[in-house]
Design a protein around this ligand. Structure first.
Ligand code: BEZ
Ligand code: FE
Length: 289
C-alpha cells in the first residue's frame, strides 16, 4: 500500500497482521482488536502528533521507574480500571465463589509462614487497632479446603506497606497461613487504614489528568492457593472505612466487605472479623482461559 489515508489506514495495518509470518489465532485477534481500538481512539480525540510524542515520553518515564520493588504499569492499569476488568473477565464466579479483585503492586512472595492465630504485626503504632481475623476456606459445595495457603498482607497505620517504608521491619504486616482439616484459618492483624496509591510519578500525573483522587479504602489483601483450585486473589474491606464508594482503583465489591466488630477481647485484640472464602475449582479457571 503506497497511499495510506485516514480512511484506509486501519484496514491496511490490520491486513499486515500475520501477513509475513504465521501467528497463533489468539495473537491475531489481540493485535487486530488493539489496532482497531487504538486507531478509533486517535480518531475520536483527533490525537495530535505532539500529544502522541507526549504519550511516548509518558510511557518511557513509566518504564524507567519500574524495578523489582516498583511496578508503575500495574498502577496505571489500576487507575484506568483495567486490572479489575481483566480480573472479572478471567475469574467468573457462577457458583457463589468469592469474588476476586486487584492484586495491586504491593504483593511480596515468600512472606513468613506462621502458625494458626499468629500475629503479622512486627512493629506497633500508637494508633493501631488490633484485629483477630478468622474463617473457613471452602469449595462451592461447602466442603472444607484443607491445607490451602493463605497469604495475608496490609498497610500500616501510617498508610504504608513495609516495602515502601524504611521504618518498618522486613515483611511487617505480611504472613502465610495454612488452613486446617476443617478449612479453618486464623490470624492477628490490624485494622487496615485508607491510603493513597503512589502518585509521585506517572500514576500521579495520570490521576490528576483524569481529575480523580488517589485514595483506597482500608483493606486486607488475601491470596489463597491450593492445588486443584483457582488461586483466589482478593481483598477484605472494612465496612466502616471511607472510600468504599469511590475507590481510586475501582476494586471494591459488596461481598468483600466485612464487619470489624468491637468484640475482639476474647482473642486479646481490639476487634474481631470473620470472613469465609469460597474457592473455584481449577476447571473453572481453564474454561475462562
Ligand atoms: C493495593 O490495594 O495495594 C493497590 C491496588 C491498586 C493500586 C495500588 C494499590
Ligand atoms: Fe492494598
Amino acid at each position: 500500500m503506497r497511499n495510506v489515508t485516514v480512511e484506509n489506514v486501519t484496514d491496511v495495518v490490520v491486513e499486515a497482521i500475520g501477513a509475513s509470518q504465521d501467528i497463533p489465532d489468539r495473537q491475531k485477534d489481540i493485535m487486530t482488536a488493539l489496532v482497531k481500538h487504538l486507531h478509533g481512539f486517535c480518531k475520536d480525540v483527533n490525537l495530535t502528533h505532539a500529544e502522541f510524542m507526549q504519550a511516548c515520553d509518558f510511557l518511557a518515564r513509566a518504564g524507567a521507574v519500574c524495578s523489582d520493588k516498583r511496578q508503575e504499569f500495574i498502577l496505571l492499569g489500576d487507575i484506568l480500571g483495567v486490572e479489575v476488568l481483566c480480573d472479572m473477565l478471567s475469574n467468573p464466579t457462577p457458583n457463589g465463589e468469592t469474588t476476586g479483585t486487584v492484586l495491586g503492586p504491593f504483593f511480596r512472595e515468600n512472606a513468613p509462614v506462621l502458625p494458626h492465630g499468629a500475629s503479622i504485626v512486627q512493629k506497633s503504632f500508637d494508633t493501631e487497632e488490633t484485629v483477630f481475623m478468622e474463617g473457613y476456606v471452602k469449595d462451592a459445595q461447602g466442603n472444607p479446603v484443607k491445607q490451602a495457603v493463605i497469604d495475608i498482607w496490609e498497610d500500616a497505620p501510617n498508610g504504608l506497606y513495609e516495602n515502601h517504608d524504611p521504618e518498618q521491619p522486613d515483611y511487617n504486616l505480611r504472613g502465610r497461613f495454612e488452613t486446617d482439616e476443617n478449612g479453618y484459618y486464623a490470624c492477628r492483624a490490624i485494622r487496615p487504614v485508607p491510603y493513597p496509591i503512589p502518585s509521585d510519578w506517572t500514576a500521579g500525573e495520570m490521576i490528576s489528568y483524569m481529575g480523580h483522587h488517589t485514595m483506597r479504602p482500608g483493606h486486607i489483601h488475601v491470596m489463597i492457593a491450593k492445588d486443584g483450585y483457582r488461586t483466589l486473589i482478593s481483598q477484605l474491606y472494612d465496612s466502616s472505612s471511607d472510600y468504599l464508594d469511590n475507590d481510586s482503583v475501582f476494586a471494591v465489591k459488596e461481598n468483600l466487605i466485612g464487619e470489624f466488630q468491637k468484640t475482639g477481647a476474647d482473642h486479646g485484640t481490639d476487634l474481631y472479623v470473620k470472613f469465609d472464602f469460597v474457592l473455584a475449582e481449577q476447571s473453572l479457571a481453564m474454561a475462562a482461559e
